[in-house]
Ligand binder design. Structure first.
Ligand code: ATP
Ligand code: MG
Length: 461
């Protein structure tokens, strides 16, 4: 609504204030007008009496007396020239005199009071007015007249003053409105729109306000907003950088920990150098180490939180699954049995390194869940190539996903419900599968166990 805006309020208030000022001036000016009107009548009356001076006995014919009185718009005139001499013009009156007004020493409030009496008095009154003759042509002049013409003239004058006041108020209000628009409203609107644009997209530096207001207070507000926006952008960028770095570092250290744990176990075995298995273990150690180094190098090259693009090619799934199982089996947990039913000719389109990480995370989780129960359990990996891609199922006979893990499934740091876990494994696995254009999903989870499904589409994504 217009009158709720700053400019609208200003327009309304300035209009009202000018009207109030006009009303305060109105009463004295109307009373002044009335005084002037009566004074004019006295002067006209004085002129009329001068005709009497031309006659020897200060008398004129009744017809001439009538005419002179009509010209002066009065009923009676008495001009006292000195203590003894009076000039008198008179015509019969229809009504008695109801009020006498003395204009010789009116003061300030006297005429105001008189004009109020005149405005609100009975219509058609006959009044007497006493004044001082002009040019010292006598001691006192007195007229009797009808009040109706005075009233009519006052009304006309008031109407004119009212319309003039209206015009003055509107013009003043309009001018104030326009100045306010230019000086205050427009800069404030600019500040507000800059704020909301900035709120919608705080990263965009082009939304930062450019201070240019001519009013110093508004200029200060714009400058303060400008500085605040720049600071916010800088700290947002800093935060973004830190978040990227934090994400990357967490992910790297997470999977590096898995790989290095494997390497450590292998290294432990190597220390017992007499063991005939050393020959067999050595290549695995190298394999694990190169995985770790590879991962670090790729993360460092990309330097951001997102996983690098997968290098998708056709690879044998069985080799990857066997690799994961073999690495996991090194932990020598007798409670858990890992079973793969993946056929040796199962070819999938995937980045083998990343698929190794996905399966490692899922199988590790399943194994850890079973170990947590202290009972025997089985983790099985199966694959199905029907339906335009590969369906890989990792199923376990563990206790099922805890409530928290279900609620925040695949959300980094949120879903971890295992002591010593970071809650990143499933988030990483899901992100890597997504990078292949595939889906990682929970098929089912209950007290009888849990199964996850990895779907990988055929060919390059
Ligand atoms: N197969 C499963 N059976 C039961 N619970 C599981 C299974 N897989 C995951 N979970 C639960 O989901 C949580 C999240 O798993 P996620 O791999 O994301 O994190 P984590 O294993 O706790 O830590 P880490 O980051 O070391 O892998 C686990 O803490 C665990 O409680
Ligand atoms: Mg895990």
């Amino acid at each position: 609504m217009f009158f709720k805006t700053l400019s609208g309020r200003f327009l309304l208030l300035s209009f009202l204030f000018v009207m109030v000022a006009e009303v305060l001036l109105f009463v004295p000016s109307v009373s002044n007008f009335r005084l002037g009107y009566l004074q004019d009548r006295l002067e006209l009356a004085q002129l009329a009496t001068l005709a009497l001076l031309a006659t020897p006995d200060d008398m004129v014919a009744p017809e001439l007396a009538d005419e002179l009185l009509k010209n002066a718009e009065v009923l009676n005139i008495v001009l006292r020239r000195d203590a003894v001499r009076e000039l008198v013009l008179a015509m019969p009156m229809s009504k008695p005199i109801s009020q006498t007004f003395d204009l010789r020493d009116p003061g300030f409030f006297g005429p105001i009071k008189d004009s109020l009496i005149c405005a609100f008095g009975e219509p058609g009154n006959v009044i007497r007015v006493i004044g001082q003759p002009v040019k010292d042509a006598g001691i006192q002049i007195e007229i009797v007249m009808n009040e109706a013409p005075v009233k009519a003239a006052m009304l006309e004058y008031s109407r004119n003053v009212f319309f003039l006041s209206l015009v003055v108020s509107l013009v003043t209000g309009g001018l104030l409105f326009l100045s306010l628009q230019a000086l205050i409203t427009r800069p404030i609107t600019k500040v507000i729109s800059s704020m909301s644009q900035f709120r919608n997209n705080p990263e965009d530096a082009s939304n930062v306000i450019k201070p240019d207001a001519s009013i110093s207070e508004l200029r200060e507000a714009e400058t303060a907003l400008h500085d605040m926006q720049l600071q916010l952008i800088a700290s947002l960028r800093q935060k973004e950088r830190l978040a990227s770095l934090g994400g990357a570092v967490s992910k790297v250290s997470h999977d590096l920990r898995n790989i290095l744990t494997t390497t450590q176990i292998l290294a432990d075995r190597l220390e017992m150098s007499e063991d005939p298995k050393v020959q067999k273990m050595a290549p695995k150690l190298l394999n694990s180490l190169s995985r770790g180094i590879n991962l670090c190098e790729r993360t460092l090259t990309f330097g951001k939180a997102d996983e690098p693009e997968p290098e998708i090619r056709s690879v044998g799934l069985k080799a990857i699954v066997d690799d994961v199982i073999e690495n996991d089996a090194l932990r020598e947990t007798e409670n858990v049995q890992l079973i793969s039913t993946v056929a040796h000719d199962t070819q999938i389109s995937a980045d083998p390194e990343q698929m190794f990480r996905v399966l490692t995370n899922l199988i590790r989780n399943a194994r850890q869940a079973i170990e947590g129960t202290g009972k025997l359990g089985i983790v099985s990996i199966s694959a199905d190539l029907r339906g335009g891609g590969a369906d890989i199922i990792v199923r376990d006979t563990g206790p099922g996903l805890p409530e928290k893990a279900r609620e925040f499934l695949f959300q980094p740091f949120q879903g971890g419900a295992r002591r010593g876990g970071t809650g990143l494994g499933l988030a990483i696995a899901a992100e890597l599968v997504r990078g292949h254009g595939g889906i990682l999903e929970l098929v089912e989870t209950s007290e009888a166990g849990t199964s996850f499904r990895i779907f990988l589409p055929d060919g390059e994504k």
